[in-house]
Design a protein around this ligand. Structure first.
Ligand code: COI
Length: 353
């Protein structure tokens, strides 16, 4: 499967300062687009990055039938490029599409759209070890129709952009807060799918958190408001005694690919890793007893992001750490090592182009 390529006549590459990259505000020169109509996919194309024309009646603008993925490409041993866990991202993309009843992008089309686009823009993959080219495949309903129904037309696109750290704190510990009055997801809902609505529903609580000085909300379960779920843009882990604990995948939290990689690595290192329900009270009790050693969030954008402070119900845990803990650092170094080829690929996680 070879896509047509129309190259930009005005590359922005030389205007970019790779030293000062943030997350999500810089886009590479090209994008991929393909349309689904009458039950079939058309011809995909790599085009200059730019605005797209949308009909104001497009169903996605009204009912939000859309799915996205977040993945990364890294500079690998000099001049190769590594796309991390491409197959697993495809599987999650398809599961999310199923939950939204969106037409499947065939695996070859997904894989080739990403490989060929990254290849065209390989000059945009930062050389720096702690930076990457963020890849954003997404699909949305494009019926010109206001009735509520499963759409018959879709657009699948990929955009990319070089990124630095997700949090402005860099890899310094962040501060989180719970808001038991809000919930992110309920069982049977869309919490485990990567869909825009999950993020839209967090905007108001996130704005409140930012106003109160927190980086993110630590979400609790929607039923009892006591079990920890995730951070919204990342999954979460607690090192308590000799256990590494993370909430289980029971339908309300995103099955993170960094989460999966961390569990895999920690188990390989002989650690006792447990996917189980963990209440906010248990974390406070472990902290009081001196058993809470590290808290960190994991995600494609966030990689390994230490958490130093959690506010809940007028009380706080303050780990008084101004840098990553020992385990978080080891995981961060190993993962970034695998990304860039300094640590051997443990289990076919790297797609090299
Ligand atoms: C990612 O980690 O890739 C995500 O999708 C988080 C994003 C919403 C910033």
């Amino acid at each position: 499967m070879k896509f047509s390529v129309t190259k930009t006549s005005s590359s922005k590459l030389t205007d970019i300062n790779f030293e000062t990259l943030k997350f999500g505000d810089t886009f590479a020169d090209h994008m991929f687009e393909v349309r689904y109509k009458n039950g079939a996919w058309g011809d995909g194309a790599i085009l200059p990055y730019g605005p797209i024309k949308l009909d104001p009646a497009f169903s996605v603008l009204h009912y939000g039938q859309a799915v996205f993925e977040g993945m990364k490409a890294f500079r690998y041993k000099g001049n190769k490029v590594n796309i991390f866990r491409l197959d697993m991202h495809y599987k999650r993309f398809i599961r999310s599409c199923d939950r939204m009843n969106i037409a499947h992008v065939p695996q070859e089309m997904f894989v080739e759209s990403i490989k060929q686009l990254v290849d065209v823009d390989r000059g945009w993959v930062p050389a720096d070890k702690y930076k990457s080219l963020y890849l954003r495949p997404f699909i949305f309903a494009s019926d010109e129709f206001l009735g509520v129904r499963v759409a018959m037309n879709y657009r699948y696109m990929v955009i990319t952009g070089p990124v630095g750290n997700y949090y402005s704190e860099g890899i310094k510990p962040t501060k989180l807060t719970t808001y038991p009055q809000y919930v992110r997801a309920v069982k049977g809902g869309t919490g485990e799918a990567k869909v825009p609505g999950n993020y839209a529903a967090t905007m108001q609580p996130n704005a409140l958190a930012a106003k109160e000085g927190y980086a993110q909300v630590l979400w609790l379960d929607a039923f009892e408001h006591k079990y920890i779920e995730e951070v919204g843009t990342s999954n979460i882990f607690f090192k308590i005694g000799d256990e590494l604990i993370t909430p289980p995948l029971e339908g309300t939290i995103l099955p993170g690919i960094t989460r999966d990689s961390v569990i895999w690595l920690a188990k390989k290192w002989g650690m006792h890793v447990v996917e189980r329900k963990i209440s906010i009270d248990e974390v406070f009790e472990a902290s009081k007893a001196g058993d809470l050693q590290e808290i960190f969030a994991t995600g494609t954008a966030a990689v390994i992001s230490p958490v130093g402070y959690i506010h809940h119900d007028g009380k706080a845990i303050d780990l008084k750490q101004d840098k990553m803990g020992e385990l978080s650092q080891k995981l961060y170094d190993t993962l970034t090592g695998i990304h860039h080829g300094d640590v051997e690929d443990p289990d076919d996680w790297c797609t090299l182009i």
